[in-house]
Design a protein around this ligand. Sequence first.
Ligand SMILES: [Zn+2]
Length: 626
Amino acid sequence: MKTNRSTLAFGLALLGAAVSVVAAAPKELPIPPATEILAKLRPGHPRLLASESDFARLKERVATDPQLKEWHAKLRAEGQRLLDQPVSKYEIPDGLRLLSTSRRVLDRQQTLGLLYRLDGDRRYVERAWKELEAAAQFPDWNPRHFLDTAEMTHAFAIGYDWLYDQWTDDQRPVLRRAIVEKGLKLGAACHRGGTSYGWWTKSEHNWNQVCNGGIGMGALAVADLEPELAGEFLNAALKSLQLPMRRFAPDGAWDEGPGYWNYATSYNVVFLAALETALGTDFGLSQIPGFAEAGMFPIYATGPLGKTFNYADGGEGTIRAPQMFWLARKFDRPAYAAYQRKVASADPLDLLWLAPDGAGKTDLPLDRHFREADVVTFRSAWEDRNALFVGFKAGDNKANHSNLDLGSFVLDALGVRWVVDLGADNYNLPGYFGGQRWTYYRLRAEGHNTALINPGLEPDQDPKAAARITKFESRPDRAFAIADLSPAYAKQARQVKRGIAVLDRRQVLVQDEIESDQPMEVWWFLHTPAEITVSEDGRSATLTRDNQRLVARMLSPDGARFAVMNAQPLPTSPQPEKQARNEGIRKLAIHATDAKDLKLAVLLLPLREGERPADPPPGLTALSAW
Ligand SMILES: [Zn+2]
């Protein structure tokens, strides 16, 4: 790897300036015309994600591999349960999204289809038909929220293709017509332009992968009988999909956060995998720089409790991602497979893609800086529930699904998540994705574990700001990163920097340097589900949770005191109705007024039973000397 990179750099240097200009612009992969794409189509079915012989091989492995056997049993239990479940209905519970219906139909097609392939039990086919027959009669698949259309098309593509030989001559056209009329035609229209719902074709985030991937599955399923439409769509999709795929460079991180990493990569991988099985090639898309690294992101963004560093809109729940197996095989990365094997919940794609995991050993470095997304994680150990873990970010407030969370962090230790990100609020709140977005506490800087300067009604970080991690070092005794947050607070301060250091893999120093020509009002916040007790002098606070303790000690500035607050907007902040109340979460806070050159430093020390804080605390040095 190193050799390759330095060779490349050397080559570019020799070739001179003209080449650097070309190299700077992301290269678009050439995509052949529709007829050439379709000329590669494998005749017959199944051809999506697996062939007849792939399924036959899986059936043999399921009989002998203990892991597959276990998942197969779980999948069977789910299949049995499904036999008695009512079919999905056309339901738009929030007035906008059919999405949970689309996903349910997809889950059921994958489960029932794979079970039929493994067990040969016709009841699965009959149940799958009932589900498809009902959804084929829906008035539409809700194209105004196009994810719903794409996921339903994906569901039909799998149902049609995996059970192709089981459908009668009357059933096949029903399924094909639904794919074409309710999915593929609309997807092609999106790429032609002029629809009100086709904006995703130019987007660089999860919508692109899901919509191109879902409709793409439909196109691959019917390409032999609907060549014109399928060819047109695939040609356009293979060009469009490169936009979000380039966002994985250079290190595989995703600026929409871990939750959307999962959604985006799931469809990205399903589509590439189906291109390979149906056409024998992904036209080079999997080689787009950064994509091979994508599996590193959930590994590092997950702490010792299985909770993610859930920046942007997203929960902290464990990422279960069968695509990790596919990525592990594709790029020979046993670590990706080891990750997924530990968290898998017997998804049909887990069975299909299970990959060797190198005996499950993790010998990856403890710390990692994901460039571009500018996310850093530190930990004291892998495979230890009690390990110390810190996720810290700079990044771009313009990213899709972003929160105003530049400089924020989470912290796990001793089996507790002490410092939390509250995650997304309800997507159906008024203007959540529009003009009111930055009025909601959970999306504002004040709802995060970062600084607040001269707060008021306005967004409390610049929503257009991007901030960089300017320094990152990883040593056993001292690992740290520094974020230059100045762009986020350009209106309020001359310079804002935050450094977070993990000392001896045991305690965490959070140090802020905030400078302004005008006196500032500054708040420092840390959100926690723990009980907080502040010492009499206000200089330390003890957080208690699950019989564990974490002590916060204020090292700077002199004279300031810790306070405890609810996780609620400041009185001067917007107070939108109906937002989450964040009950059970408290804030440890520091408030400074009339500050011009403020150095805030807090030491966070998880304490095992009977353990006392080391005295004295480490001396402070300026961030410029870190
Ligand atoms: Zn957040």
